[in-house]
Write a protein that binds this ligand. Structure first.
Ligand SMILES: [Fe+2]
Length: 387
């Protein structure tokens, strides 16, 4: 059960640049030791034509939230939430995950405090660390700190967080109405009406207040956060870039990743500047963005899509990767799989994984195809079976 050796044949291997239609693969000491075409060495297990892909690498998931805070006033034990979430992540074929935790309160200090997923980040990060340190998790966990730049306490909380935890990715989010993700205020109101169920007059007052806070805080807070990321050597991501000015700012900040650009022009400029463009896998699966912004497949057609992220549905990552070639004819399977493996690995400096290549970590997923639907049958992390 705990072995990290593995030898199998009769498998379709998806390499980073081509597919071996019928091949074999050997894992030794948790690493990919050998692979090739045709029949494997004696003793190889028969994979019955299933597909082997590298373990998926997920950079932006907030799926821990429904496990920890499943109903408005219900909070689950952080450790139990982490373990249930981790199982779902691994069963979705994800072997490396950046857990997105947010700093920066929406509630101003003069308003009554309310417990939420966002206010409990320290507790959740402690549970994630404890689970990883005790080797209780199936996936390899890293932290992604999402910083809401207009929040009053974003800088102090980010600093406090970094003094306690190792963070591998920081994203700069600004959800001020009228720009970026919510350029169309009417679409934001539709979303808020459902979520907040308050009269429109009150919602419009919130809009005005948020715009005011943006003018006061966005500039200095963003500069402080960029400086913090640089001081700690943490990879930086911009978020919801909509205009060329946003992209220029991200270039100036040294961002390596552009999360969810909302327009073709922002995505194109980011990609051409060497910033890897990340889009939501649910956007691919659903055929569009839930907030009415640019379609991920439109960016893929232009050649500007680098990375997919499962965002709020872990299983969407493998689905989207296998769907892309049929939705975008210029994309072949190796390129589609790269958006969920090698590209996110390179963007975050994880050069030891993300492809089927000699000497890389044996993070592997065995996938059966049920018609066109990928089914995760087994997952190895460093050669050890975790699913
Ligand atoms: Fe956003």
């Amino acid at each position: 059960m705990d072995s990290n050796e593995f030898l199998a044949e009769n498998a379709r291997l998806v390499l980073s640049d081509r597919v071996i239609e019928s091949g074999w693969i050997a894992v030794a000491d948790g690493m990919i030791a050998a692979f090739g075409e045709g029949k494997g060495p004696a003793g190889a297990a028969d994979l019955k034509g299933d597909t082997i892909i590298p373990g998926l690498i997920e950079l932006h998931t907030d799926h821990l939230e429904p496990h920890f805070n499943p109903r408005p006033e219900v909070f689950w034990s952080p450790m139990a939430a982490v373990l249930a979430y981790d199982s779902q992540i691994a069963a979705s074929g994800i072997t490396t995950v950046f857990d997105s935790l947010r700093v920066g309160d929406d509630i101003e200090p003069d308003q009554p405090k309310k417990k939420s997923f966002s206010t409990e980040v320290f507790e959740l990060a402690d549970a994630l660390k404890a689970a990883s340190d005790s080797d209780l998790t199936r996936a390899d966990h890293h932290l992604h700190l999402r910083c809401e730049v207009c929040a009053w306490n974003v800088l102090s909380d980010a600093e406090a967080f970094l003094s306690r935890h190792k963070v591998d990715l920081i994203s700069l989010m600004d959800h001020t109405p009228g720009q970026r993700q919510f350029r169309d205020i009417e679409k934001l109101l539709v979303y808020w009406r459902r979520k907040l169920s308050r009269p429109d007059e009150e919602l419009l007052q919130i809009v005005d207040k948020r715009v005011e806070l943006h003018q006061e805080r966005a500039g200095p807070h963003r500069r402080g956060l960029v400086e913090l990321a640089q001081r700690h050597g943490i990879v930086l991501a911009s978020h919801d870039d909509a205009t060329l000015e946003h992209v220029e700012e991200a270039i100036g900040d040294g961002a390596a990743i552009a999360e969810f650009p909302t327009t073709v022009e922002a995505a194109r400029r980011s990609h051409e500047s060497g910033i890897r463009v990340l889009m939501g896998a649910p956007n691919v699966v659903r055929g569009g963005s839930h907030s009415g912004n640019v379609k991920a497949t439109e960016l893929a057609e232009g050649g500007y899509l680098d990375i997919l992220s499962s965002d709020y549905i872990p299983a969407s990552l493998i689905m989207a990767a296998f769907m892309l070639p049929s939705m975008v004819p210029s994309i072949r399977l190796p390129e589609a799989i790269r958006t969920v493996t090698l590209n996110p690995a390179l963007a975050t400096g994880l050069n030891d994984r993300g492809e089927i290549a000699l000497g890389k970590r044996a993070d592997l997923v065995r996938v059966a195809m049920a018609d066109d639907h990928p089914v995760v049958r087994a997952v190895l992390r460093q050669g050890r079976r975790v699913v």
